[in-house]
Design a protein around this ligand. Sequence first.
Ligand SMILES: CC/C=C\C/C=C\C/C=C\CCC/C=C/C(=O)SCCNC(=O)CCNC(=O)[C@H](O)C(C)(C)COP(=O)(O)OP(=O)(O)OC[C@H]1O[C@@H](n2cnc3c(N)ncnc32)[C@H](O)[C@@H]1OP(=O)(O)O
Length: 203
Amino acid sequence: MVPNIFSAGLDITEFYQKKPEETDAFWRTLQDVFLRLYGSKLVTIAAISGHSPAGGCLLAMACDYRVMATGKYTIGLNETLLGIIAPFWFIETMKNTIGHRETEKSLQLGKLYSPEQAENIGLVDQICPPDDVLGCARKEMVKWLKIPDHARILTKQLMRNELINNLSSKRKEDIYNFTSFVQKDSIQRSLGLYLESLKKKKS
Ligand SMILES: CC/C=C\C/C=C\C/C=C\CCC/C=C/C(=O)SCCNC(=O)CCNC(=O)[C@H](O)C(C)(C)COP(=O)(O)OP(=O)(O)OC[C@H]1O[C@@H](n2cnc3c(N)ncnc32)[C@H](O)[C@@H]1OP(=O)(O)O
């Protein structure tokens, strides 16, 4: 685990000033990761040890349960703040997690929530002191593993198959949408400015 950061989201440099075939391959890989994690038969618990913006929030939401560290960390789908948009499967995953209305506000505002706020709206299930996040996740895992596996798996599939099938049938179209969107000059400019602002913040 990296202290303070669960995931900084997608590596923007993978779709900034890249060739279309490179962004296609990057997006295909992300689809694969999501479909495997969201569709996993295993019990998956995210131990969110720190910041978890955008793609990081998606990965956490793809799990069955989320434990987040308390502290000055944030989680959410902040894409609009970068001048980009969350694709339909990010949106559906968030709707399935926190409901339609909260998702609508959250996405349009590019909202990043504190751990307490995230717990209040159900974006995370539990908050724990940073040094106990893994311990809390392990304790929760024990509960989930006591459920008969075949029943839990079938239930999970019933809840998740609609989104999985929807994305699986639209993968090519979704890759095309991503690449043509991020390759626009205006979007490339926004991404460049955002990367610069991250570096400035650091110095
Ligand atoms: C009509 C159209 C139809 C359909 C459209 C189809 C598709 C939609 C299009 C696009 C969808 C894209 C979805 C995108 C999802 C994403 O995940 S985008 C990434 C979002 N992530 C962020 O905004 C987080 C950015 N990072 C931070 O805020 C901070 O780094 C942090 C809070 C996570 C941690 O802070 P610090 O510890 O202070 O870390 P540093 O700021 O020092 O960062 C270190 C280093 O890393 C660089 N960096 C950080 N995050 C990223 C990143 N995500 N990508 C690339 N680079 C990143 C940062 O610049 C520093 O670099 P160096 O200075 O060390 O070189």
